[in-house]
Write a protein that binds this ligand. Sequence first.
Ligand code: ATP
Length: 274
Amino acid sequence: PSAMHDVNLKPPPIRFDDIGGQESVKKALRRAVRMSTESTERLSRYFDRPPRGFLLYGPPGCSKTMAAQAMATESGLNFFAVKGAELLNMYVGESERAVRRLFARAREVAPSMIFFDEIDSIGGQRPGFGSSSSSTTSHGGLNVLTTLLNEMDGFEAMEGVVVLAATNRPQALDPALLRPGRIDKVIYVSPPDEEARKAIFRGVAAKRRMNTDVDIDQLARDTEGYSGAEIKGICAHAGEAAYDRDVEEGSSDGIRMSDLQTAIRNQRRQITKE
Ligand code: ATP
């Protein structure tokens, strides 16, 4: 077990409860965890082919990475995480070896999960698929993708290994990745709805000093279209304003509604229709 520790990352202790809203995402991931250790006999009663590969897609800052981390924490599965871009920054041949090694290790210590963040940087469309804006038309990226596809083909037989991938650009993925037996369950992680936004503000309020005039329902209404990350950013800016007031005027009545409203006005929205 000794050599395993350098790659077998300790997940940061994020839990599903730390994620505001996203109930259907949490449900799908809990099911994935349960199924990874379920007997094939029981699974065959309900599934032709139980999904083993999962894709989280959606706009930036809306908790895809958090969801993967929470899944790792709560499942206790051995967790391997790799960013697409990291794999591409290796020497020729190194990234392919890294991918093969990753799957081999995951198999050895199953039940386990492999998380590919920013999968589009290695799993972009191969030339010939009619996409011009591909980031993997270079040879390096192409070989990594081929290796990944090969590993995933052997992967149905891989009891107890779950593959989870995340992307902001699902349309850029090579369709071969999404074929049955590879990544065959696709989960949309939406921007937070009003309930989720309330939950995010409540989560922050529970940890900070809030003025009694803070109205969380109103804040949730005023942040339609903002990502979770942007809402966290709003709270951070409001916190700075309240801290400055404390330092400069000695007023320690906490973060005020007006601090939050100013921060909302100043926070740009990144999520677009597309
Ligand atoms: P990217 O595509 O940019 O990697 P992502 O969807 O993976 O984004 P995360 O990294 O999971 O987004 O989220 C970024 C930060 O936003 C989190 O660390 C967290 O602070 C905050 N956040 C986003 N959504 C939520 C949420 N639903 N509840 C609580 N915090 C959230």
